[in-house]
Design a protein around this ligand. Structure first.
Ligand code: NAI
Ligand code: MG
Length: 332
């Protein structure tokens, strides 16, 4: 029986997680739910952005659904982004971000790519310091172990989706040690698995241009944390924007589904948050973590059918409730 730790977080987080749980329960009636706290509101109430109890609930359930959290734009003593903490503390070392053209909402047809991003290190290692006045330093940490974990997941995903191209995105011309370790480690694992003929590489700046110009040229993309963070938001444009961009933080025996968008304070509480990114994130949990491909497909196809039926793509005029009911009605 599957257990799910629900972490609503701040702002629209609670609105979209409630919608995604409703849809998840429709395909998985036995699902056991536990709720846990995290985020800026939690920090203000308890002094911790991710309480120990939340980490324990996540470990006990082995799977979670995260809404969104708010982070201040300036340093606040003792506060660190809750999602970055969860990724690191739970060793959710790989981030899965699919981008697929969807009826009506996508500006382009024929896009079907998946970005696998390293999720625990790189410039997000947390090693940032002020050396002296006017000199701030951030350390970019790349380890062979994290690259191996990423490449091994890539082999699994490439087999499952029948990948026709695997693109390694890096900047090894300027960062030969860190990006070189990433590229060489990934290449070796992919070659061992027989994928050498379809492995390709791109410098990150060129990859950004090509993702903007011809996203259909990409299939599976492997990259480091910061590059993946930026490129996946760029690529999300082709799927209809942030309201439709799902992701999965994927570890060993533990995974956390997470819509890519933030807490959207400008619309929080108005009932207008688009829950599709959260609903599609739940589908990623079904497919990649629980291995429930049929249930994942049911949700993804229901979203597709729901969007296909809409005559106008005006999410401002939609409500979270209306979209959720529309997806539920489209489930087969
Ligand atoms: P945001 O993603 O919250 O919002 C950007 C714009 O997109 C806003 O106009 C918002 O209304 C809209 N939007 C986002 N999600 C939507 C949805 N599901 N339905 C309809 N419209 C949606 O990003 P922003 O404004 O840069 O950040 C707001 C807060 O969220 C900040 O405190 C930031 O730190 C945090 N954040 C948290 C993330 C996370 O929890 N993973 C990721 C990104 C930002
Ligand atoms: Mg991001």
């Amino acid at each position: 029986m599957q257990r799910l730790c629900v972490i609503p977080g701040d702002g629209i987080g609670s609105e979209v997680t409630e919608a995604a749980v409703t849809v998840l329960q429709a395909v998985l009636p036995q699902l056991v739910l536990e709720e846990a706290d995290a985020g800026w509101g939690c920090f203000q109430r308890t002094g911790e952005a991710v309480p120990q109890a939340t980490l324990e609930t996540m470990k006990r359930c082995g799977a979670g659904l995260f809404g969104a959290v708010q982070s201040p734009m300036h340093a606040v003593a003792g506060y660190r982004s809750a999602i970055v903490t969860l990724r690191q503390r739970l060793q959710l070392t790989v981030n899965v971000r699919p981008v697929r053209s969807r009826p009506l909402v996508s500006p382009k047809r024929g896009v079907d790519l998946l970005i696998l991003r390293e999720n625990s290190e790189c410039l997000y290692s947390g090693r940032e310091r002020l050396d002296r006045d006017g000199v701030a330093v951030a350390e970019r940490v790349i380890t062979r172990d994290a690259c191996l974990a990423l490449a091994e997941r890539a082999v699994k995903v490439a087999k499952e989706r029948g990948a026709w191209r695997i693109t390694l995105v890096h900047k090894a011309n300027v960062l030969p040690l860190t990006c070189g370790l990433f590229r060489d480690t990934c290449k070796a694992v992919l070659a061992d698995a027989g994928f050498a003929p379809i492995v390709d590489e791109r410098l990150v700046d060129v990859a950004a241009l090509q993702l903007a110009e011809a996203p259909e040229r990409f299939d599976l993309i492997l990259t480091t944390n910061l590059f993946g963070d930026i490129l996946s938001d760029l690529a999300a444009h082709w799927a209809g924007g942030l309201g439709l961009a799902p992701s999965l933080n994927w570890g060993n025996g533990c995974a956390l589904a997470e819509p890519v968008h933030g807490s959207a304070p400008d619309i929080a509480g108005t009932g207008r948050a688009n829950p599709l990114a959260a609903i599609l994130s739940a589908a990623l949990l079904l497919r990649h973590h629980w291995g429930l491909n049929d249930e994942a497909e049911r949700i993804e196809q229901a979203v597709e059918r729901f969007l296909g039926k809409e005559r106008r793509v005006d999410f401002a005029g939609q409500t979270t409730r209306k979209i959720t009911l529309g997806v539920l009605a489209a489930l087969e």
